[in-house]
Design a binder for this molecule. Sequence first.
Ligand SMILES: Nc1ncnc2c1ncn2[C@@H]1O[C@H](COP(=O)(O)OP(=O)(O)OP(=O)(O)O)[C@@H](O)[C@H]1O
Length: 369
Amino acid sequence: MHIQSLSIQNFRNLQPSRLHFSPQLNIIYGNNAAGKTSILESLFILGHGRSFRTSRHSKLINYEQDSFTLFSELYSHNVQQRLGVQRFRNNDVNVRLNQEPLAKLSDLVSLIPIQVLAPEHYELLTKGPSGRRKLLDWGVFHVEHSFLKRWQACQRIILQRNKLLKGSLSYKDLEAWDSQLIPLSDQVNQYRQDYCDSLSPYFHEIASQFLPDVQLSLEFYKGWQGKDLESLLVEQYLKDKKLGYTQSTIQKADLKILSGKRLAADYLSRGQQKLVTTALKLAQLRLAQERGQQYPVFLLDDIGAELDENHQKLLLNFLAKQPEKQQIFITCVHLDPLKSLINRYNNARLFHVEHGAVSIIEASEMNAQ
Ligand SMILES: Nc1ncnc2c1ncn2[C@@H]1O[C@H](COP(=O)(O)OP(=O)(O)OP(=O)(O)O)[C@@H](O)[C@H]1O
């Protein structure tokens, strides 16, 4: 899978641009606040319909405009697709795939797998489980497309169950819902557990390169401990009723990252935590490649942020060894540390961003700089 081109209109501070990308390495560089991350953000939107920086779509629209438009030509499942995304200030969205309206944004996720690693993700270990659960579910979804349907069905039933709880007279009133919820939750757990098991060896291998002194491992937590869900739902009925919500659900699941037997977040430095997050995302990429799935487009925002020279080199080495079909976008302020990576590719493309204006720089010009 790769993105061939992108036209951008009225998106953040970016001037109208039409960009043609390398199917392998793309570097976007420029000073702070130039608009580099905005380009990555617009690419991410192609595969998710939303940003990785904000949930408020109106923030993405240029201050002086009423909507933004992105149009892209891309290869997915070896077929060229044309995708247009337009978002309005009133939250209306218009997505067209090969000129036909696309009803469900979730269809984009399977068509255009995109993985992002940005400074926003470096608190993955210390923040609550929702970010880690999203990371896990992103991977599960790309392996097992039926996951989304089951996950959505669980969400609907839990919502319904929580509504019924308040007015219920006894557990009997919930039994019919639980008889659907239990097998669906078991299935979701199994998908998540299987993905965690498959990811673990890749994570272990990459993390041990980045952090050779720390014994890291992954553990899947399904959202409740011990007993099977059926017994817990009966047992916790009165407490659930009092609280007004179901305590034991798949919505509480977590991907625990351990250092030895303890939570890594409690012991690792900020820099180490950043490396763990990086290792996790790279492991997901490697797993997708090894399984022969569509290679997710990999977006790496601000590659230089907070990494010492040695770790930056390790990361660059990893990126230099990517398979031919892997498309990568990297943003940076300084080009110098990336020059040897760029020179390893004969088709790398460089984009210089200045006050929202994007220009293409030839690799030969870079070497002359
Ligand atoms: N809706 C908007 N309309 C116009 N400009 C915006 C909008 N949203 C953000 N900006 C501005 O766009 C600029 C570019 O931001 P962006 O985060 O893309 O920069 P960057 O090059 O990644 O910077 P850094 O290196 O500091 O991370 C910022 O000055 C920001 O204030």
